[in-house]
Design a protein around this ligand. Sequence first.
Ligand code: GFB
Length: 313
Amino acid sequence: MKKDSRIFVAGHRGLVGGAIVRKLRAEGFTKIIVRTRAECDLENQGAVFKLFLEEKPEFVFMAAAKVGGILANKTYPVDFIRSNLMVQNNIIDASFYSGVSKLLFLGSSCIYPKLCPQPIKEEYLLTGALEPTNEWYAIAKIAGIKTCQAYQAQYGFNAISLMPTNLYGPGDNFDLNSSHVLPALIRKFHEAKVSGVNEVVMWGTGTPRREFLHVDDLASACIHLMETYNKSEIVNVGTGSDITIRELAELIKQTVGFQGEIVQDLTKPDGTMQKLLDVQKLHGLGWKHRVALEEGIQTTYDWFLDNQSAFRR
Ligand code: GFB
């Protein structure tokens, strides 16, 4: 990419898209194309093709997706499979037909089998059954990977696919029903602290393990691999270490300064017990994460405090 390359970031208002735009601007890229949902409904094929033919982007970061935590995925399977299939097909097709030089597609660690050796290597994809709570999203993302690989095989279109682990950071979703665990617990501990409530509810047993990558690190990896990686095989993007949900809750409790008790809601699903990514391939491509979890939780809490009016119930 040149500093004046035309770069489209799909999903720029989301956690990932926002971080990619911030990073591109910080690195001096000057022609970053973005569109709100009102300006271009990415589920509408005609609108997406019109945008691509008018704007002629050279590079595309595909950070637009219908995302959510375990409860949202379990509750709205139609939304997760249908919207993601429509959006990614429109963007991948329009990228190829409008002459984009390179597309970066973002999947997720949930594409891997529920039960597979840990840490998870890229070649474990499609070797076993998926985690039921998010198989709809996972199938959509696997279809996106395969579509990129098909365009590369049949037409030589330069489309690469990255598989990030669980993400967090500024711009995250803090809605308690649809969010992921880390932002949800930040909000729960903070609201309990300020309201004097003595208990915070943690979903499930707290025994599942999760790996957490700060979204600014992911943005850095996306730009690095957009510049350097040109194969269709998928690449995991993570930190290579994980903790239990209970340990995460204790970490967030300490960061927020909550003094009360953590109680379990066993009516909520645990989901997969572990999904630690093997990051040897990523490290071999010259990139490693920088933000430590403790530091990332603190800066994310700081961001939440500065923006919490947006999340008031
Ligand atoms: O982050 P999370 O919603 O998604 O849940 P997944 C992770 C773990 O945290 C589960 C527990 O075991 C939850 O039961 N947990 C504890 C909580 N308290 C809470 C809480 O207050 N809120 C939430 N949300 N969880 C997602 C997939 O799975 O991973 C997505 O559903 C995506 O599709 C994402 O792939 C990366 O990590 O289980």
